[in-house]
Design a protein around this ligand. Sequence first.
Ligand code: FAD
Ligand code: SF4
Length: 444
Amino acid sequence: MIADIRCGRLDPEEIRQNFSELHPPLTELQAIQESARCLFCHDAPCTEACPTDIDIPGFIRKIASGNLTGAAKTILGENIMGNTCGNVCPVEELCEQVCVKNTAEEKPVVIGQLQRYATDHVLENWIQLFKRAPVSGKKIAVVGGGPAGLSCAHRLAMLGHNVTIYESRDEPGGLNEYGLAAYKMLDNRAAREVAYILDIGGINLETGKTLGEDFDLAQLRRQYDAVFIGLGHNSVKTLGIENENVDGVYNAVDFIELIRQEELSTLPVGRNVVVIGGGNTAIDIAVQIKKLGAETVTMVYRRGFDEMGATEFEQQVAQTNGVLIRTHAQPHRILSENDQLTAVEFEYTEKSANGQLAGTGETFVLPADQLFKAIGQALDAAPLDSDEKPEASGGRIKVDEFQHTSLPDVWAGGDCTAGKDLTVTAVQDGKIAALSINEYLNHG
Ligand SMILES: Cc1cc2nc3c(=O)[nH]c(=O)nc-3n(C[C@H](O)[C@H](O)[C@H](O)COP(=O)(O)OP(=O)(O)OC[C@H]3O[C@@H](n4cnc5c(N)ncnc54)[C@H](O)[C@@H]3O)c2cc1C
Ligand code: SF4
C-alpha cells in the first residue's frame, strides 16, 4: 500500500465529540453576567468596528434587561445573518478587538456569543420580526443564494419588491452551507437561517439555475427591473507545479464541502496530511482533518506568521488541535508513485532586498498521504459573459460605494467584489445594494 488513507480512523463517538462546537451557546446566567460587563460606551467603538453597523451596546442592554426579542431585532435589523455571524465573525479583529474592556487584566465582552444568544431565541421560537412594505410591483433578480444574495433579497422583500434568487446548487446558503467549518456551524443552523430569511415572503428561490448556462445577464436585465450579482468565488487557484492531479491531492474547499455534507465517519482520511496555505481555509481543513483522526497534519505557508491571512485566534485553534504550522516554505515538487501522492518537497523562502519572496534553494520533504491545496479562491467571470458585461477590477466585479456596477441596472456584492471576504461583509454588501436598488427603482 502506497498511501495510508482510510475512513473511520476514529470511532463515530470520538469524531462527534471532536466536532462539538467551538463556542458552545451561553447559558442564561452567563448571558446576564456577560451583558452586565458591558460599559455601554457612548461612542461605541465596537459598533464602528462592526461591518454591519449593529448597535452593540443597544442590543446588549436589551439582553441585560431580559428583552431577548428586542435584542434580536436590533441585531437582525442590520444584519439578517447575525446568528451565523455571532458564530463565525473573526471578532478578535472586529467588534471585540476594540472593546474598551480589552486590557491586560480583562477580556473583551463576548459580543459574538451574546449576539448568537439573542438571535437563537427568535430562531428557535420562530418569532418573525420583519414584515413587508406594501408590494411595489417591481421585480429584481438576485444571482447566487449565499450571504450576499440572501441579505440583498431579504432587504428588497422588506421594502415591498418581488425577488427571484437564482442559485446554481440544490440548496441555498452559499459557503454558510458548504464552506464554514463544521465545528462553527453545527446541526442545521445554516438552513434554519435561510428558512427564516425566506419566511418574510416575496422571495422566490430557483435552485439548480446557473447564470451563464441556463440564462445570461442580458436576459435577466430584460426580464427584471434590476439585477444583483452575488456569485462568490467560483474557482480555486492552482499551485502550478507538476503532479498536481495525482490521487491524494485535493482542493481544500471541495473536501470541506464533503465535511459539511457527508457522514463524517465515511470520509477518507490520511495518516500524514499536508496543507498548503496560510488563510482561514487552510486552518479549517487542517483542524478538521486532524479532528477526523489524521496522525500528523502539517500546514505549510510561504511567508511568516505575521503575514498569514488566518487570524491569530485561528492560528491558535490550529495549534491547540495538534496542527504543526511551518512557515517560510513553498511547494517545489509533488512526489508520487503509480499516480498516488507519496510526499511533498518544499523549498525554504526568504525575502530579497526589494521585498520579493524567493526560494533559497534549500529543500525538505514531508511524507504525505493527502495534500490539501488552500491557496485561495477566485472569481471566474465567464458566467457574466453577455452583450454587455460589468467592468472588472483586480479580478473582481468593480462596484462603487453603493455596490453599483458599471451597468445602470446591475449591482454586485460579497466575495465576487473587492473586500474582506467574510460572511459579515457579504451581508453588508447585499444590504447596501438593496437600499441603492430601492432608491433607483423609486427615483430612477
Ligand atoms: C473554507 C472557508 C471558511 C470560511 N470561514 C469563514 C469564517 O469562519 N468566518 C467568516 O466570516 N467568513 C468565512 N469564510 C468566508 C465567507 O464564507 C464568504 O466571505 C461568504 O460566504 C461570501 O458570501 P457570498 O454570498 O459572496 O458568496 P458565497 O457564499 O460563495 O455564495 C455564492 C453563491 O452563488 C452561487 N453561484 C455561483 N455561481 C453561480 C452561477 N453562475 N449562477 C447561480 N448561482 C451561482 C453559489 O453556488 C453560492 O451559493 C470562509 C470561506 C471559506 C471558503
Ligand atoms: S456581526 Fe460580527 S463584527 Fe458585527 S457585532 Fe456581530 S460578531 Fe461583531
